[in-house]
Design a protein around this ligand. Structure first.
Ligand code: FAD
Ligand code: MLT
Ligand code: ZN
Length: 430
């Protein structure tokens, strides 16, 4: 953008949302241009904070007319570099759209603004004796808009499904400022393809999610059983899959040592094991005699502290991938056997074959990404399991997606965002 057109755009944006909601000072924009891990820092002419859907429409219309690119942003907890402006895009922060409508107990659903956090939605549901099906350690900041845009998974996919399974309706603002509402879909409808499905997982590249109607689950669970188990192999852990299992999470001994050392948590077992498994269950699982196990609700803190702990050790290279369940041992062995010129940590959502491969201390992220993703593809896996593609895996996404599917994505992008103003660095960027 030239200086004059930038000034004109900023003046129009100030008119739309008010001066105090157009942030331009470096210290005010700093938290919006840097991603949660610190791996990517971008730049922006402004962070714009609309307070209503109508304002979102006007902001997008101003940017569309000026040909100014926009990065929608929720809690900025994304882990693939998709939420920050890489090439000077305007940041459109949705955090002020945080309304929580009254719960509709008849249909077990609730409508919320895109900026409502997962934590706030959980609390709102709990007050009515209900639950929202997706939970993740970033719940205090991650927004419903961001989790829908990334189709976030989290810790309870095995029992509740991922975000896609919770969305009953959406309201979005498209790249030209048009508002499209599918909030009031009937439970039974057959009126042609539904555009809301395209928005889930679109990572801000097709439009801005402004509201969502969500399915809620009945019966707030009082105290499900939580067990931590020492394992020799991950496939042993898969043996616990079955009725009543609400979560099946694993981490390796490097993760355990890190959280003990850096978070002051007590050592749960005397002897070291290669892997640890956290099982949350409605029923008491049968634990083999030789397995060492502890039972306590607070065990979640071992699993949920890993991400913050690793961030404290340096800027991690984070690879979120999945392999078929019958390949988990092979993959774990192969990745730990690689010299990735840094410290490797493995954890993830075992029931889905999900691995979070984190490397701390390596100074050449691109080479590491290539080597690990090569291995994932070689094991018949997927290169992006629950965090999305973002910029971190854009080149790999284009290279490994089936050509007919990639052509479909290209048609959709060209139809909905022909001027490429919506988050251009993500999926289709350099
Ligand atoms: P942001 O980071 O702001 O944005 C993420 C992407 O969504 C960007 O591409 C952005 O452009 C787009 N976007 C955001 N809001 C909108 C909107 N309203 N409309 C259109 N596009 C939008 N992820 C998991 O899947 N499972 C986990 O278990 C998990 N645990 C985590 C734990 C920690 C401690 C942290 C820091 C992160 C974790 N994450 C996890 C990653 C992250 O929380 C999720 O990706 C989450 O969905 C991001 O939500 P957000 O509101 O922060 O989105
Ligand atoms: C998790 O499962 O804890 C998250 O996806 C965060 C991460 O990968 O660090
Ligand atoms: Zn995860």
């Amino acid at each position: 953008m030239s200086l004059t057109s930038e000034e004109t755009v900023l003046a129009s944006l100030r008119e739309v949302v008010g001066r105090s909601h157009v942030l331009t000072e470096p210290d005010l924009v700093a938290g919006y241009v840097r991603d949660w891990t610190g791996r990517w820092t971008g730049r922006t002419a402004a962070v714009v904070r609309p307070g209503s859907v109508a304002e979102v429409q006007e902001v997008v219309t101003v940017c569309h007319k000026a040909g100014t690119a926009v990065v929608p942003q929720g809690g900025n907890t994304g882990l693939v570099g998709g939420s920050v402006p890489h090439h000077g895009e305007v940041v459109l922060s949705l955090r002020r759209l945080d309304r929580l409508d009254p719960i509709d107990e008849a249909s077990l659903s609730v409508t919320v603004g895109a900026g409502a956090t997962i934590g706030a939605i959980q609390e709102h549901a709990h007050r009515a004796g209900l639950r929202y099906g997706v939970d993740l350690a970033s719940r205090a900041s991650a927004t419903i808009g961001g989790t829908i845009a990334t189709n976030a998974g989290g810790t309870h996919v095995v029992s509740n499904g991922d975000t896609r399974h919770q969305v009953l309706g959406l309201e979005v603002v498209l790249a030209d400022g048009t508002r499209l509402s599918r909030l009031d879909r009937m439970p039974k409808e057959s009126l042609g393809p539904d555009p809301l499905h395209l928005m889930i997982g679109s990572e801000g590249t097709l439009g801005v999610i402004t509201s969502a109607r969500l399915r809620l689950l009945s019966g707030a669970r009082e105290q499900p059983m939580v067990i931590l188990l020492a394992l020799q192999t991950l496939s042993e852990g898969l043996g616990f899959l079955g009725p009543g299992v609400l979560a099946l999470e694993f981490f390796d001994s490097a993760c355990l040592e890190a959280v003990i050392g850096h978070r002051g948590l007590a050592r749960p077992f005397r002897a070291e094991a290669p892997f640890y498994l956290l099982i949350e269950s409605d029923r008491t699982p049968s634990i083999p005699d030789r397995a060492v196990a502890v039972v306590d609700r607070s065990l979640w803190s071992y699993r949920e502290s890993i991400t913050e702990t690793l961030n404290g050790l340096g800027v991690p290279i984070k690879l979120d991938v999945a392999v078929p369940l019958d390949r988990v041992d092979d993959f774990a062995g192969a990745v730990t056997g690689m010299d990735l010129e840094g410290d490797t940590y493995l954890f993830g959502h075992l029931a889905e074959g999900n691995f979070h491969v984190n490397i701390v201390g390596n100074r050449d992220p691109e080479a590491v990404v290539d080597r690990v993703l090569e291995l994932v593809v070689g094991h018949g896996g997927v290169i992006a399991s629950e965090h999305g593609v973002g910029v971190a895996k854009a080149a790999w996404w284009r290279r490994t997606t089936d050509p007919s599917l990639l052509a479909f994505h290209r048609h959709v992008k060209e139809a909905l965002d022909p001027d490429r103003i919506m988050n251009p660095a993500v999926l289709w960027g350099d």
